[in-house]
Ligand binder design. Structure first.
Ligand SMILES: [Zn+2]
Ligand SMILES: [Zn+2]
Length: 362
């Protein structure tokens, strides 16, 4: 009996090593351009959305002239997350949205000289108190490289927000590749979103995939970016325990995945390694997939270097398969996407995307 259990444990290693915790990485309150107080936000996250963790991320420009978040507001945000965090029950995380805008370089709001930069927005968050907020309106932190260096020195993490597929996102990935250890994740959105009877081609997944195809490294998170004080489950983190340090440890390793709507459970491993890892192997990638939906799964796609190499249409709620990639060359990245048959009130199906695994031949 002991032997049998030991063998099973080796074949499917360490399933129980991590727990899945659900959270929202991005949302606003009346501290910037959202509705409701910090108390409303955290109370909704904990008691209504039943989240395990939540990031609050108001704009660094605050909500009134002189359009900089006051120091007391940032201090209050950090007081509140400590007040709401109860290890093992709920983790609140203090963040802000580094909001870089082309107008900062133009006569409209001439903060900086030179051609306008389209860095887009990035969420910044810290596991413990940081006195100063590194704003996109401050010359010392007005580029992703400058921001990343400061956040790295203070133990925080950064994510790329709501990718812009057009010229407006021209500079959103303009940072040194070595900073992918701090600008560690990117918000995942579907390519197509239906909203109030209209279809929007936002090309979220395509845009992050182009970055990965160019050799960029990033994990996937997702967010509501709520301005209504209604955070919801969009990111699953695989962590040892529900504490702020454990959530940050997982996010820092990209051991997280993105969902749109339903809390789909994903397991995605290559040669026993977790999503988010960079691995070297001698043989072929052995890919293990398990999807547990909340409704029937319409499609599960395994992608290598941005293209599907194995697609299933199971029409079942739970899917499990192993796949050996015989066509693996020298170096590739893989990720998993699952789409359900359900529809939200606007007609969007629920989806899930694992963070990638990067595989190199030894
Ligand atoms: Zn934004
Ligand atoms: Zn936002």
């Amino acid at each position: 009996m002991f032997l049998l259990l030991a063998v099973v444990a080796v074949v499917r290693p360490a399933r129980a090593q991590y727990n899945v915790y659900w959270g929202d990485m991005h949302g606003h309150t009346s501290i910037s351009d959202g509705k409701g107080s910090l108390d409303d936000y955290f109370t909704h996250a904990r008691d209504v959305a039943k989240l395990d963790f939540v990031v609050v991320s108001d704009h660094d420009f605050g909500n009134s002239a002189p359009w900089r978040m006051p120091h007391e507001t940032w201090t209050l945000t950090q007081d509140k997350v400590d007040q709401y965090t109860a290890d093992g029950r709920f983790v609140a995380i203090a963040g802000y949205e580094w909001t870089s805008q082309p107008k900062y370089w133009t006569p409209e709001e001439p903060l900086f000289t030179g051609p306008p930069k389209y860095y887009n927005h990035k969420n910044v968050y810290f596991p413990s108190r940081v006195n100063y907020l590194f704003s996109a309106k401050d010359a010392a932190y007005n580029s992703p490289n400058l921001l990343a260096q400061a956040v790295l020195e203070h133990g925080g993490l950064i994510q790329n927000n709501h990718l812009d597929p057009g010229p407006g996102g021209r500079d959103q990935f303009d940072y040194d590749p070595s900073y992918s250890s701090v600008i560690v994740n990117t918000e995942m959105w579907p390519d197509t979103i239906h909203y109030q009877g209209k279809t929007h081609q936002v090309n979220g997944e395509s845009t992050v995939r182009e970055f990965l195809n160019r050799g960029g490294k990033t994990g996937f998170v997702a967010s509501t970016d709520t301005h209504e004080g209604k955070p919801a489950a969009r990111t699953a983190v695989l962590a040892r325990e529900l504490t702020r340090p454990a959530i940050f440890e997982a996010l820092g390793q990209r051991r997280n995945y993105a969902v749109f709507n339903a809390r789909i459970l994903l397991e995605f491993k290559i040669n026993g390694h977790w999503m988010g890892e960079e691995i070297e192997i001698q043989d072929k990638p052995r890919i293990e997939v398990e999807v547990k939906g909340t409704d029937a799964i319409r499609e599960v796609a395994l992608l290598r270097d941005g293209s599907p190499i194995h697609t299933l249409n199971p029409a079942a709620q739970n899917v499990r398969f192993d796949y050996v990639d015989d066509a693996f060359g020298q170096s590739s990245y893989y990720y998993l996407r699952a789409v359900q048959t359900d529809k939200d009130e606007h007609g969007n199906p629920s989806c899930a995307w694992s963070s990638p695994i990067w595989v190199k031949r030894q």
